[in-house]
Ligand binder design. Structure first.
Ligand code: GRF
Length: 206
């Protein structure tokens, strides 16, 4: 690894298909970053196994061993600081980040969400979309701020919602697009190609 390579950490809790998309993108040389570590709050997360398979360092940080969220967040902060991480990607990480965590890495945390934000923030976004009756939904890669699913939007892709869709079929259609836009969003940041004005993200003119 070259010393000045952009360093990424991915935070996960479960399946890890977005993590896999990031790993694949790095291995195809489309994304020129170093994936320094995968951190999980769940011991048996499939995502950890995916990372291990590719020789990526993993950490299970057990929430049960910390007396509150602040102490847990502090352990995460220390671990990430020790590795001089440039960007933290949430990929199915099910824990809400505390203020200290977000301030410690201000502007350096991104997330992927399965709806066209600001529609349907929070849990079960695909179910919310079906129940609302929208004809399009999609996914959003965004910076993380102190509110849930509310930070500046980096990339979005829309997908149609069909009459016969259920939560599962819509989730699958959206997930395929997540796997495209999340590595792309990371690449734009790693290559310093974005401007951020208030909450508007624009592409730098080359
Ligand atoms: C994805 O739908 C993502 O948008 C949401 O959580 C899910 C994680 O899936 N934040 P995976 O663990 O990446 O497969």
């Amino acid at each position: 690894m070259s010393l000045d390579k952009f360093k990424l950490a991915v935070l996960v809790s479960g399946r890890g298909s977005n993590l896999q998309a990031i790993i694949d993108s790095i291995e195809r040389n489309e994304l020129n970053v170093h994936l320094s570590a995968v951190l999980s709050d769940t011991e048996d997360a499939l995502a950890l196994k995916r990372a291990e398979k590719h020789g990526i360092e993993t950490f299970f940080i057990n929430p049960a061993t910390y007396h509150n969220r602040k102490a847990f967040d502090k352990a995460m902060i220390n671990r990430l600081r020790a590795m001089s991480i440039d960007l933290i990607c949430l990929a199915g990480y099910m824990r809400i980040l505390g203020k200290e965590f977000i301030q410690a890495f201000s502007g350096k945390i991104i997330n992927i969400h399965p709806s066209l934000l600001p529609a349907f923030p929070g849990l079960n976004a695909q179910k919310q979309a079906i129940e609302y009756g929208v004809k399009f939904s999609g996914c959003t890669a965004h910076f993380v701020d102190e509110k849930v699913d509310s930070g500046p939007i980096i990339l979005q892709t829309a997908v149609p919602v069909y009459d016969h869709d259920n939560e599962e079929s819509l989730s699958q259609r959206i997930l395929e697009q997540e796997h495209h836009i999340y590595p792309k969003a990371i690449k734009l940041i790693a290559e310093n190609k974005l401007n951020l004005n208030n909450r508007t993200v624009t592409h730098k003119k080359s």
